[in-house]
Design a binder for this molecule. Structure first.
Ligand code: ZN
Length: 154
C-alpha cells in the first residue's frame, strides 16, 4: 500500500490508483448520482485542490478550482456564478500563485467513491468539500478576494 502524494489516501497503486478511483466515480456521477452540472463541477474542483501537482500548476488553475469550491460553500453555487468565475479566470488576470497547503483534508475520494445513491452522494460530497475547504484555510482570504474581483468585473 502507498499513500497518494496528493490527497494522502492509502491505496494499492498510489497516485495512479487514486486517479482511477476518481475516474470511475466520475462515470457513475455523470450517469447516475449527480443532480446537476454544478455538483459534477464541484467534485472536479475538490479533487483538483487535493491533487495540486497535477491540476493546480498555474495560478489560474488554482484560482479556478479554489473559487469554484468557495462559490459552492460560501455563495449559492449557481451555474451563473460559475460562469462569471470562469470568464474572469479565462480573461487577462494577473494573479500571484500562493503557497498550497501540504495537508489537504481528511476526507478523500476513498471515502466518497462507494456511495450507494444520490442522497449519500450529496452528503459525502458535502463532507469532502468542507474538509478540503478547511484544509485550505490559509487561502480563504485570497479566494474571497478573487471572487470579489470576478463579480466586480462582471
Ligand atoms: Zn489522491
Amino acid at each position: 500500500m502507498e499513500a497518494c502524494s496528493g490527497c494522502g489516501l492509502t491505496i494499492d497503486g498510489g497516485d495512479a490508483a487514486c486517479q482511477q478511483l476518481f475516474d470511475e466515480f466520475r462515470v457513475r456521477e455523470a450517469a447516475d448520482l449527480a443532480p446537476s452540472y454544478a455538483s459534477t463541477r464541484l467534485t472536479i474542483d475538490i479533487y483538483s485542490l487535493q491533487h495540486p501537482d497535477r491540476y493546480c500548476v498555474s495560478a489560474k488553475s488554482l484560482a479556478a478550482h479554489l473559487t469554484g469550491l468557495a462559490w459552492a460553500l460560501e455563495h449559492d453555487g449557481s451555474d451563473t456564478g460559475l460562469r462569471v468565475l470562469q470568464r474572469w479566470v479565462n480573461g487577462r488576470v494577473d494573479i500571484p500563485k500562493p503557497e498550497i497547503p501540504g495537508v489537504r483534508g481528511e476526507v478523500t475520494i476513498g471515502d466518497v467513491h462507494g456511495v450507494p445513491d444520490r442522497e449519500d452522494y450529496l452528503a459525502a460530497v458535502d463532507r469532502w468539500a468542507g474538509s478540503t475547504w478547511t484544509a485550505y484555510a490559509s487561502l480563504h482570504a485570497i479566494a474571497r478576494r478573487w471572487i470579489d474581483q470576478a463579480v466586480g468585473q462582471a
